[in-house]
Design a protein around this ligand. Structure first.
Ligand SMILES: *Cc1c(COP(=O)(O)O)cnc(C)c1O
Length: 444
C-alpha cells in the first residue's frame, strides 16, 4: 500500500491510528449476530465437530500408549480449568477497576505432548492424515484398536510419507513430535523468532528443522513450496486448514463438561466470557467456534493480540481480512509473544468467525510480562508471554459501559459472569528461559 492508500484507510477507520501508534487498543465488534445467523458463514457444522470428537476417541488407545503422560486421561489430550482468585484481586487493583463474577484459567499451557494450545489442532491434523493414509491402504479399519499403529510395520508404512509445516514454534513442536512418533519424515520450517530450545527439542525427536531469517509468513511459504515438489509430502496449512480448526473446536464440548463438573452455570442469566490469544487465528477461531456450538449466544469470545502484531483486529475491522498485513501500516510484527508474531491473519478464520466474536484488543509485550510475573507471584502458575494475552481481557470487558450497552448487559447479569482466560502456552519453557521472562516483569 502507498501513503495515499494508507491515509484514506485511516480516514475511514480512525482506530487504525491507534494501532499504528502501537497503543493498547480495544474494539468491541458492532456487527455481532446470533449463532443461528452467523453459523452459515463458518461453512462447518456441529456434525464436523462431532466427527473430530469421534476420530480423537479412536486414537485415544494409541495416544495413551505412545505418550504415557496421557495415560491418566486415557489418551484424551485435555487441560485443567482452575480458579485464580488472587489474580482476580490483582486485576482489580487499578482505581475504579472491578472484575465482575469469577475468573478462571484454562491451562492449555500444560497440555501433554507439546505444552501449548497447538496440542489440539496440530496433533489432530497429523492423526487425521495418518488415519486417511492407513484406511486408504486397507491397513486399518475404523473399528480397530488404534494402538496397532505403534507396531514397527505401521512405522515403516508411515515412513514412506512426509509432513511439512511452517511455524513460529509451538505448531512445529506439536506437528513435529506427533509426526515423528508415528514414523513420518517431518520437516518444520521455522521463522526467525522461534526459540532455540524449541528447535533443539524438535531435533532431539528426529525432526528436520529448517531455519529462516524472516518471519512466519516466509517460513510458511517456503514450507509450502518445498512440499509441493514432493507428491508424498503433506503440507499442513496453518492459515487455511479446516482440519486444524476442527481439532481446536473439540474444546467447546470438553469445556462444557468441565464447567458442569465444577457446578458453574452458563445460561442467559450467567454469561461466559472467553479471552483467546490470536496469531494467525486458527487456534482461537476453532476454540471459539466450538464454544459457540456448546454455549450458543451465552458465550462471548474476545481475541487478544500484541500491539506489534494486531493482524486479526486489522483484518476484521477493515473487512480486508488477509488482503492487508500489519506491515502495510508500518507496524513491525516484532513481539516476544511466540505464536502471536503474525502479520497477516487467516482469511478463512476472519471471514468465518467475524460475526461470532464480541471483540478484539491489543496489549504491549511489557503488559504481558507484568501479568506473567503477577500470575507467578499470586498463583504460582508459569506461562509464556503470549499465554498472558488473554489476561488483560476481563479488565477491558468489565470497564466498557459502551460494550455493556451494545450487548444489553445489566449489572445483575455481569455479576453472574464467568471469565475464562485461555492460557495457550508455557508448560515446557526451560527454567533459564522462564527466569528471563520473570525478570522482565515489573513487580508491584
Ligand atoms: C499458536 C499460538 C496461539 C495462537 O494460535 P493461532 O492459531 O496462530 O491464532 C496462541 N498462543 C500460543 C502460545 C500459540 O503457540
Amino acid at each position: 500500500m502507498n501513503d495515499i492508500q494508507i491515509a484514506s484507510l485511516v480516514a475511514r477507520f480512525p482506530l487504525l491510528a491507534s494501532l499504528m501508534a502501537l497503543a493498547e487498543t480495544t474494539w468491541f465488534n458492532p456487527n455481532t449476530t446470533t449463532l443461528a445467523e452467523g453459523l452459515p458463514y463458518v461453512g462447518l457444522t456441529e456434525a464436523d465437530v462431532a466427527d473430530a470428537h469421534a476420530r480423537l476417541a479412536r486414537f485415544a488407545p494409541y495416544l495413551a500408549e505412545a505418550f504415557p503422560e496421557t495415560a491418566v486421561t486415557h489418551g484424551v489430550i485435555e487441560s485443567e480449568l482452575v480458579a485464580i482468585p488472587a489474580m482476580q484481586q490483582r486485576l482489580e487493583q487499578q482505581p475504579g477497576q472491578r472484575i465482575f463474577g469469577q475468573l478462571l484459567l484454562k491451562k492449555d499451557s500444560h497440555l501433554p505432548i507439546s505444552g501449548s494450545i497447538k496440542a489440539r489442532g496440530g496433533i489432530y491434523e497429523v492423526l487425521a492424515h495418518a488415519e486417511k493414509l492407513a484406511l486408504a491402504a486397507g491397513r486399518l479399519r475404523l473399528e480397530d484398536d488404534y494402538s496397532v499403529l505403534l507396531s514397527p510395520a505401521f512405522r515403516q508404512f508411515f515412513s514412506q510419507y512426509s509432513i511439512a509445516v511452517g511455524s513460529t514454534g509451538n505448531l512445529g513442536l506439536s506437528i513435529g513430535i506427533m509426526s515423528a512418533r508415528l514414523g513420518f519424515k517431518v520437516t518444520v520450517h521455522m521463522s526467525a523468532d522461534a526459540r532455540a530450545w524449541k528447535k533443539a527439542k524438535l531435533r532431539s525427536h528426529g525432526v528436520t528443522v529448517v531455519e529462516y531469517a524472516q518471519d512466519y509468513g516466509v517460513a510458511v511459504e517456503q514450507g509450502r513450496k518445498a512440499a509441493e515438489a514432493d507428491p508424498n509430502c503433506f503440507f499442513i496449512d496453518d492459515e487455511n486448514s479446516r482440519t486444524l480448526f476442527l481439532g481446536y473446536a473439540v474444546a467447546g464440548e470438553r469445556l462444557k463438561a468441565q464447567l458442569a463438573q465444577q457446578h458453574i452455570v452458563v445460561d442467559a442469566q450467567h454469561p461466559l466470557f472467553v479471552y483467546l490469544p490470536c496469531g494467525v487465528g486458527g487456534g482461537p477461531g476453532g476454540v471459539a467456534f466450538g464454544l459457540k456450538l456448546a454455549f450458543g449466544d451465552n458465550v462471548h469470545c474476545l481475541f487478544a493480540e500484541p500491539t506489534h502484531s494486531p493482524c486479526m483486529l486489522l483484518g476484521v475491522h477493515t473487512g480486508l481480512h488477509d488482503g492487508i498485513a500489519v506491515q502495510d501500516l508500518g507496524i513491525d510484527n516484532i513481539t516476544a509473544a511466540d505464536g502471536l508474531a503474525v502479520g497477516r491473519a487467516s482469511g478463512f478464520v476472519g471471514r468465518a468467525m467475524e460475526r461470532l466474536l464480541d471483540g478484539f484488543y491489543t496489549l504491549s509485550d511489557q503488559t504481558m510480562y507484568d501479568l506473567l510475573g503477577a500470575l507467578d507471584e499470586d498463583e504460582g502458575i508459569r506461562l509464556e508471554p503470549s499465554a498472558l494475552a488473554g489476561m488483560a481481557g476481563p479488565q477491558r470487558v468489565c470497564a466498557s459501559e459502551a460494550y455493556h450497552r451494545l450487548q444489553g448487559f445489566t449489572p445483575a447479569l455481569l455479576a453472574n459472569a464467568t471469565h475464562i482466560v485461555w492460557a495457550t502456552g508455557g508448560g515446557m519453557v526451560p527454567e533459564e528461559e522462564m527466569a528471563q521472562y520473570l525478570a522482565k516483569a515489573r513487580r508491584g
